[in-house]
Design a protein. Structure first.
Length: 150
């Protein structure tokens, strides 16, 4: 079983980032080693960059508002803007999680469940790089929320 180690320097082996396949093939004892941390840091930084780019595009798009005399067309444009703003709001929340995950890499806490301290698991982190709970802990939390509400 993997154990939490001290803060690792996030550099890849031989300066090249590993692929998903290479990371999935690694043994449990290699969990959150320098190469894996470098891979996830790169993935998170790319996601952060994409989210910031989307936010900039939304700002520009909303500035280009065209006045349309037809009320139906105006309503359609306003609905599109509202949908775009809701999407950006979700992305803003995701951006915060991405930045927290990068900080967790720096602190040496990335990849470990906040509740149990156990490994989150590489497959789960590949699917959701901002995950802070193991699958089991997440399922328990969701069941508790379902039973008792937030």
């Amino acid at each position: 079983m993997a154990t939490k180690t001290s803060k690792a320097s996030p550099t890849a082996i031989d300066g090249a980032l590993l692929s998903e396949e290479q990371i999935l093939k690694m043994s449990d004892k290699d969990y959150m080693n320098e190469a894996q941390l470098a891979f996830f840091r790169n993935r998170l930084q790319q996601l952060e960059k994409d989210l910031l780019k989307n936010a900039d595009e939304t700002t520009e798009h909303l500035r280009e508002t065209v006045l349309v005399p037809d009320p139906a067309d105006r309503a359609t444009i306003e609905e599109e803007h509202a949908l775009e703003l809701r999407t950006r709001d979700r992305e803003r929340k995701l951006l915060k999680k991405v930045q927290q995950s990068i900080a967790a890499i720096d602190a040496g806490d990335y990849g470990w469940c906040e509740e149990t301290g156990e490994p989150i698991g590489v497959p789960r982190l590949l699917a959701r790089p901002t995950a802070t709970l193991s699958l089991e802990a997440q399922q328990r939390r969701e069941l508790k929320q379902k039973l008792y509400g937030d």
